[in-house]
Design a protein around this ligand. Structure first.
Ligand code: DAH
Length: 362
């Protein structure tokens, strides 16, 4: 132990005192207490001393080591505490400030239109019913008056599953929302007033067809229901949906296996600056299929067709959205392109209400 060790300790303490970060503190530690450090070296010399000299030197060297180790630990703590308070000060959040602008999602036009439809029909006393997207052939076809030999069955471009179900029924992705008519009558009986929006599937793809698309079905079952009820309901629905009182309808005789008689419904449009605008009667666009529910369908669902009658309708939700909000390519609906969604999407809080107008968000 020598005078120079005392000086070296003083120098190390001074260097520590001035250290501005943890790496400088570490340099002081290595310099003194590392393998080659001067205190470590001094400790090694103890072994070479005779007993009296060692007894005199050892406590002094140990004391030096203890003093420096304590100082290093204290300095590290102090630096870390300072760093933490600086970070806490820098990361303060003023909760009274407005939230920063952040990217926000939008409501897809299909969801928006489904909400609008539910709102319009709820006002007329319709409840929302659902059914499975993986359906059996009986609900999707047979009960809707399309037995296995029926040509309409082949026209649906159905996606079939390879295996039949336990009851021997062929399984498929539903090709329309009409099977929900059957399920609703079976589950709820009559009288009944439901709409059934949802996904449907057909093996078809071009600018106006996608393998998955959306339909909405309507069904009313009651006593003494006739075509007049159907016409009034569709007129009221389409006027509310397009938000125009001058929506004109044209009912054309048609054919669907599940309705008798069947009607196809066109809405009139006018041309304004070359664009089609709903209202007037310069031209006609087909918007939905409908009719009086076929007696066989009512019977298949377990009700007595002599007691209960009704009407049904079905239409494409995507197509209604395109007509109302002016999109022209159906495929863009399902591309998930954020630019399209930002342009055509709706703000999350634009809840459609009839009083405020369902299209106010447009
Ligand atoms: N299910 C028919 C389709 O997918 C649409 C339809 C037509 C539904 C007439 C009905 C209806 O309820 O009465 O093309």
């Amino acid at each position: 132990m020598s005078e120079s060790d005392e000086n070296r300790l003083a120098a190390a303490l001074a260097r520590l005192d001035a250290a501005g970060d943890v790496s400088e503190v570490e340099a002081v530690r290595i310099d003194a207490l590392g393998k080659q450090g001067w205190i470590s070296q001094a400790l090694k010399t103890l072994g070479t001393m005779d007993p009296e000299a060692r007894a005199a030197a050892a406590p002094r060297i140990q004391a030096l080591r203890a003093e420096l180790s304590d100082a290093i630990a204290a300095k590290k703590d102090a630096l870390e505490a300072a760093e933490l308070s600086a970070r806490l000060a820098a990361e303060t959040i003023d909760l009274t400030l407005p939230a920063p602008e952040a990217p926000r999602g939008t409501i897809h036009p299909v969801s928006q239109v489904m909400d609008e439809l539910a709102e319009i029909f709820a006002d007329m006393g319709f409840a929302v019913a659902t059914g499975p997207e993986i359906e059996d052939g009986w609900h999707n076809f047979t009960a809707l008056n399309m037995p296995e030999s029926h040509p309409a069955r082949a026209m649906h471009d159905t996606f079939y599953f390879p295996d039949r179900n336990a009851a021997g029924e062929e399984m498929l992705l539903r090709t329309h929302t009409s099977p929900v008519q059957i399920r609703a009558m079976q589950e709820q009986g009559a009288p009944l007033r439901i709409i059934a929006p949802g996904r449907v599937y057909r093996s078809d793809s071009d600018a106006t067809h996608t393998p998955m698309f959306h339909q909405i079905e309507g069904l009313v079952i009651d006593k003494g229901i006739h075509l007049g009820h159907l016409k009034w309901t569709l007129e009221t629905f389409l006027r509310a949906f397009f938000e125009r009182d001058d929506v004109t309808l044209r009912l054309r005789p048609s054919y669907f296996p599940f309705t008798e008689p069947s009607v196809e419904v066109d809405v009139g449009y006018s041309l304004v600056n070359g664009k089609r605008v709903i209202g007037g009667s310069e031209g006609w666009m087909e918007v939905l299929g409908s009719g009086m529910v076929n007696r066989r369908v009512i019977a298949a669902a377990g009700l007595d067709p002599d007691e209960w009658q009704g009407f049904a309708f079905g239409t494409g939700v995507d197509r209604l959205a395109m007509l109302k909000y002016g999109m022209d390519d159906l495929r863009a609906f399902f591309d998930g392109d954020v630019r399209w969604l930002a342009h055509y999407g709706f703000a999350a809080l634009d809840v459609p209400t009839l009083s405020a107008g369902v299209g106010v968000a447009a």
